[in-house]
Design a protein around this ligand. Sequence first.
Ligand code: MRU
Length: 312
Amino acid sequence: MRTIDWVDGAIELIDQTRLPGECVMLRIHTVDELIDAIRRLAVRGAPALGVAGALGVALAGEDPGAIARLRAARPTAVNLAWGVDQAAARLPEGPRAVLDAALRIRDDDIAACVAMGERGADLLDGDRLRIMTVCNSGGLAAVERGTALGVVQTLHERGRLAEVLALETRPLLQGARLTTWELARMGAPHRLVTDSAGPYLLAKGGIDAVLIGADRIAANGDTANKIGSYALALGAERAGVPFIVVAPETTIDPATPSGEHIHIEDRGGDEVVSLGGVRVAPEGTEALNPAFDVTPHDLITAIVTDRRVIRP
Ligand code: MRU
């Protein structure tokens, strides 16, 4: 099953807001529907956003306003703007060329995730690995296989995975809802832990590596990923556990010199004061909600891409 694809003249994608309860496909016919799906995280994860952006240009046609709005639908993952730009560059050649470019990005993502899975699994030593991860970097964040969770899948297929500890990922629970769903479908042993348990469990020992995806990797290796990644990196450094970023080359943004230049999405306080639609904080409580954080490059053991291993 593909997370996102082009089927009979429209975008089809899994509505990730409905998981794990039900796996429902959305058919998207307009750019505005796609922007709405991106903003409410029906489709999410950097590589999937790259494909969505490119396919979205095929829906937008020659409407520069629609293309600009799509490009800005979410700010942090560079893949969205990159995918839009790649497809939009082909507009002068006509709609078939735009769609071909978008389908090429889809196909390249599938191949890149296979390559990252193999390279990441080769990089890790040991036969009974316990891996910690945050958010969802699996097939749901890409097209077929994922990035960091793609490495987990390869380890599992090679019989080298003992267990995954998945952080729940407040406030939208991508770890609790999506990563566990994917790991269960893989048949991979896993347990869910609260976000705040991450650094403590690393300090306690017995975890072989932290594997995370990335939304944007600056030229100096500073990496934006889901909020909570930085705390895990600090905990991993203190515990002497390798902290590995797995992302396609398309997530590296040479135009952004360092992490302080990365635009971190602020999703507003409503997602924090409520949980699953139920208010958990008193009326009137204000909240901060940065959706991502930046891990400085010196805390990153390695960045595994579809082409290489970078040691920042
Ligand atoms: O807000 P999200 O769910 O789009 O955040 C996703 C992440 O932070 C992922 O870790 C990242 O996009 C890499 S996915 C392969």
